[in-house]
Design a protein around this ligand. Structure first.
Ligand code: ATP
Ligand code: MG
Length: 412
């Protein structure tokens, strides 16, 4: 993409009310626009980055046999009343509104209820199980805290997957597969080293649910990490009793701040019973379906990557999620030979792989913008290029610079 055509511009300052580093950098680089506290639009560079995160998650969910779909944002009050999750006294973060024709609706906080009802029309026999479905869909939550930028939105993207199994054993097998798939996702996103399976509250059969917590000072959670076992315990369940159950002792655990980037839950029959999702087994007996839910926050992950990988000059995207792999800077935009060289290189790399700074701007400005945007490989086309055919190739993460030929760039 030609930077001269990109409608977003970088800016020196973020809005003064934005305190989170992730949002400050994303706004300054033109990746997101802040509509209101906790509400962000994704502009072309931010959208491309988010889509890369989404695609990695999609591949890993497909690999465990889940089917992608998308459900509605508007929710049916009557359905949620049946599971006792409509009342504001029970769930305190709904955005609710009224239909002109009468009656209330709410914006989806999660999707167990609607998917359970959908499945009740498609599952009736043991032959219909197990089934796994997921979606990428905006959730709406009237969150009180809004100090974490895109890491805690009032409107945010969630990948939510749900499993439907015949019994606890079948459920447990998929749950274990989902845990592995999640670890693959975080590794591919460059967060594997600092993301810990973390025991937390909310378990139904086992006393715990499992969260995936990424270490960062910007996180709102406190966890106790066991480095050797690569697992952690959330502060909310950090009791002598819980530690004994897990076979851990306080001396081996280190307190850290972290953000929950995903979680996996055993739901048992919490939703299938009130919503009548059942099946007939091999002997003709009617049984409730055993469910699980598995969430990941792609927009929270985007913010987390900025928090943990940025430096004083700007963002540093891993190749797997960067909006582009290459950032071509033509440092002599008024020199015909330079323009010809840079144009040709851009044509060969392609508009999907390269952002091409073809603007009529000073080199210093181009360098500062490039550092801020954080694309992995920068290619400087300068004075020497027309003479020797060599460009400077700069690695954003390490700062390492090499003089290379065009062919060496193309071979990267
Ligand atoms: P938290 O405790 O941080 O509020 P949660 O327990 O409410 O999270 P879930 O309801 O299980 O989270 O949502 C699944 C995933 O969605 C979370 O693991 C997180 O990655 C993401 N998520 C949850 N709330 C938000 C939010 N307000 N903004 C962005 N992402 C979110
Ligand atoms: Mg929450």
């Amino acid at each position: 993409m030609r930077q001269s055509q990109l409608f977003t511009r970088t800016r020196r300052e973020a809005p003064s009310d934005e305190t989170a580093k992730n949002a400050q950098l994303l706004i300054r680089a033109g990746f997101v626009h802040k509509e209101m506290a906790g509400v962000y639009s994704y502009l072309p560079l931010g959208f491309r980055t988010l889509q890369n995160i989404v695609q990695i998650i999609r591949e890993e969910m497909n690999a465990v046999g889940a089917q992608e779909m998308v459900m509605t944002a508007l929710q049916d009050k009557e359905l949620w009343s049946r599971t006792d999750r409509w009342d504001d006294a029970k769930v305190d973060n709904w955005f609710k509104t009224e239909f002109k024709s009468g009656g209330e609706t709410g914006l989806a906080i999660t999707h167990e209820e609607p998917l359970t009802r959908i499945m009740s029309e498609h599952i009736s026999s043991y032959r219909d199980l197990p089934r796994y479905a997921y979606q990428f869909q905006n959730k709406f939550r009237n969150e009180l805290r809004a100090k974490s930028g895109v890491m805690r939105g009032k409107e945010f993207l969630m990948k939510d997957m749900y499993s439907f199994s015949k019994n606890d054993e079948e459920h447990a097998a998929f749950y274990a597969q989902a845990r592995e798939a999640y670890l693959k996702v975080f590794a591919r996103l460059g967060l594997g080293d600092r993301t810990y399976v973390t025991f937390a509250s909310g378990g139904i059969f086992s006393p715990f649910s499992e969260e995936f917590q990424t270490l960062t000072e910007a996180g709102e959670d406190v966890i106790y990490v066991h480095e050797g076992k690569k697992l952690a315990v959330n502060k909310e369940v950090y009791t002598d009793e819980a530690l004994a159950t897990l076979g851990l002792s306080k001396e081996e655990l280190v307190e850290k701040k972290a953000v929950e980037v995903g979680n996996i839950f055993n739901l048992g029959t919490r939703f299938s019973e009130p919503l009548n999702l059942s099946y007939t087994d091999e002997t003709g007996t009617k049984k409730p379906v055993v469910m699980g839910s598995y969430g990941i926050g792609p927009t929270r992950l985007l913010g987390t990557i900025v928090e943990v990988l940025s430096d004083e000059k700007g963002m540093v995207w891993p190749e797997a999620v960067a909006p582009f792999r290459f950032h071509i800077l033509n440092l002599l935009p008024n020199d015909a030979a330079s323009v010809a060289f840079a144009d040709a290189l851009y044509a060969e790399l392609g508009s999907d792989a390269a952002l091409y700074d073809d603007r009529d701007a000073r080199a210093g400005e181009k360098f500062a913008d490039s550092d801020l945007i954080g694309i992995p490989w920068r290619i400087n086309v300068g004075k020497e290029t027309a003479v020797s055919g060599m460009v400077e190739l700069v690695n954003r993460a390490t700062g390492e610079m090499k003089k290379v030929t065009r062919d060496e760039v193309l071979a990267l």
